[in-house]
Every structure is written in C-alpha cells, then in structure tokens.
Design a protein around this ligand. Structure first.
Ligand code: PMP
Length: 365
C-alpha cells in the first residue's frame, strides 16, 4: 500500500498520441525542454559504429565518458559521477546522505518533482520554502529552514519551471553559510543556456567547498534526452561513496559513446545555444506583443501567463493548441494553474507556436 501512494512519473504527451487523437499530419512538441536542433551529427555517426558493441557489457565506472566530462568541465575525473540521467544522481545522493526518519531534504516550492519523489520514496522528510511572488529566490528564507538534520539542500538554477537564475554571488554567500555536513546540490540542468554562464554558475567553487555538488545533464543542450545521461560534480570522497552504491551498468554502452561524441561536437553545441538564445528573445518579444506576460528566463523554455482580458483558462489554451498539433506544458502539476511553459524550439516550431497561440487568443475575443 505504501507503493500505491506513488503515481508513475507523468511525462508530457507524445507526438504520436496527439497525431492519432486529432488525425493530424504534423505535430510539434515544445513541452519537455528538449534540444531544438535534435541529435548532434557526430553523435549520429558514432552511434552507427557503436551499435555493433551493444552485445558487450559497458565498463561499470564509465571511465572514458568521465574523463571527457572532466576535461570539458575543468575538474579532476575523481569528482565526476555519471548516471542514467541526472535523475539517477539525485536518487543516489539522497540515498547516500540522508538517514530515513531522522534527516530532511530542503528545496524551494515549486521545484523539479524528482527531489520530492525520491525523498518520499526513501522515507526522508521533504521541506519546501515558497519562491517569491515574482519567482525569484529568497535564499535567506531557505537558510532559515536549515537545521542540524538537513542533509541536502537542492537549488535549481536556472529554475524549472520559471527560468529564473540567482546570481553566482548570492548562491556563493548561501553556500558558505551552510553547515559543512549539509550538501548543497545546485541542479544546473539548464545552465548551458544562461547568458553568460559565469554570472550564474558556482562550479568554480568545487575545489573550495567540500559540500558543493553540481548536477548537469546531457538531455538538454547536448540533445540526448532519450539516451538518459547526466552527471554530478562533487568532492572525490563523496563521488567514491556514490560509485559504491550506484547500479554498475546504469550508463549503457551507447549512451557513453553518445555522450563523448556530444562533447566533441562543439559546433552543434554552439549552434544549440545560439538557437535557444535568439529563439527565447523572439518568443518573449512576440508573447509580450500579444499581451501575454513571459517571465525572464535563462533556460531553454519560457513560462508565461495569458493576457488579463483573455476569457480562456491556461488549460483551455493548452487544449486548443493541442487540437492544432502544438504540445506545450500546462503547469497545474507545479501548483501554477494560470501559467504555461513552452520550450524554445527551432525557427519553424517557434513560428508555428506563435501563430497557433495568436489564433487561439483571437478566437476567444
Ligand atoms: N533537473 C531538472 C531541473 C530538470 O528539469 C530535469 C529534466 N526535466 C532533470 C533534472 C532531469 O534530467 P535528466 O534527463 O538528466 O534525468
């Protein structure tokens, strides 16, 4: 019965489902913050060769991938733990550090659902501090909720679903105020898109702060969401603990090859950043021109509310867009029933989304 308390993870609707439901030829998905340019050319090429290796077990500690990540991020390999998406790293961090029935995990509200789901599953108290009305973070309020049993604090930067990112100096002050026994996990799933990254990321403090953990993923800027690949950067002793308890083959042989190739394909990576940064500017400007209110964002998605005079609810607009073959994300499950989230797509997808939304809003007049 305890297991029945959990709902299976609710992923967004798929293109195939919507195509079938409405008999549409073309469907656009801007709901899961995936890469707007698809898969990197070098990844496609390497995967073809790597397919012939699929009968082999991978190396359990993914040494080649960890080395490539370490080089890319300018850290020692002993600080890198790769996993089946950053979801896996979130799970093993809580398992390794929090004692069920005694410790607590702290995060803002709303936040990415995995922190809560895994804490609850492991029997660890999950505490939340509401974000401010404008979706910024009051890190002093978060600090007030830390006590001697707070094992981990999760802060998402840039945030999902708002796109807000606190400045590096503010995060640094918060990090330095934490007791050394409390891990500070900064989930940087969307940090690649921040402009400039250095103004927001505190990964340069890894050498100095032993309790700092940085989470990154290959699902967004590297275009490998379906491969399931993410990693954490942390103190080598903590990395060693995680390597002891993780499932040995959670990073499969194709994912490891794909991750290495994605790091090497710097052209694709740069093109992705360029597409996202210009796309989000355009979407924000055009949404504003329609009377919608987009939130400032450092991520590859944008959260917005509808024009005040709009007679439709956010959910109605979401459904009317679905009928037109455009999938975005309603935010009811984040406790934000009036907001919608759209991923930045390629030029064609952005255009189709804006046209669809304009039609829906005009019809509702
Ligand atoms: N953290 C945040 C804030 C996310 O939004 C996501 C993806 N939705 C993840 C982590 C998980 O990423 P991965 O695909 O690497 O498990």
């Amino acid at each position: 019965t305890e297991v029945l308390d959990f709902e299976p993870y609710a992923a967004g609707l798929s293109i195939e489902e919507i195509r079938e439901r409405y008999g549409l030829e073309s469907v656009i998905k801007l709901a899961s913050n995936e890469n707007p340019l698809g898969v990197a050319p070098l990844v496609q090429k390497r995967l073809k060769t790597a397919a012939g290796l699929a009968f082999r077990y991978p190396k359990p500690d993914t040494p080649r991938l960890r080395k490539a990540i370490a080089c890319r991020m300018g850290v020692d390999q002993s600080r890198v733990v790769a996993g089946n998406g950053s979801d896996e790293i979130i799970d093993i961090l809580i398992r390794v550090r929090a004692v069920p029935g005694r410790d607590n995990v702290l995060a803002f509200k709303p936040c990415f659902s995995m922190y809560k789901i895994q804490s609850k599953f492991l029997g660890v108290e999950f505490r939340q501090v509401p974000v401010e009305a404008d979706f910024t973070y009051d890190l002093d309020k978060l600090a007030e909720r830390v006590d001697e049993n707070t094992a981990l604090v999760f802060v998402t930067s840039p945030d999902n679903p708002s796109g807000f990112a606190p400045k590096a100096a503010e995060l640094e002050a918060f990090a330095r105020s934490l007791p050394p026994a409390c891990l500070f996990v900064v989930d940087e799933a969307y940090m690649d898109f921040a402009e400039p990254e250095e103004a927001y990321s505190i990964r340069n403090l890894l050498d100095e702060l032993d309790n700092l953990v940085i989470l990154r993923t290959f699902s967004k800027a590297y275009g490998l969401a379906g491969m399931r690949l993410g990693y954490g950067l942390m103190h080598p002793d903590l990395a060693d603990y995680l390597m002891r308890v993780r499932l040995p083959f959670s990073v499969n042989i194709l994912a490891e090859e794909a991750g290495i190739a994605a790091i090497e394909d710097t052209c694709f990576y740069e093109a992705t950043l360029q597409a996202v940064r210009s796309g989000r500017e355009r979407l924000a400007a055009e949404l504003t021109a329609m009377g919608c209110v987009p939130k400032p964002t450092q991520a590859n998605f944008l959260m917005f509310t509808l024009p005040e005079a709009c007679s439709l609810s956010a959910k109605d607009v979401f459904e009317k867009l679905l009928e037109r073959g455009i999938i975005i994300r309603p935010l009811g499950s984040y406790g934000l029933p009036d907001s919608l989230r759209v991923s930045i797509g390629n030029e064609h997808e952005n255009h189709a989304f804006l046209r669809g939304l304009r039609e829906v809003l005009e019809e509702a007049r």
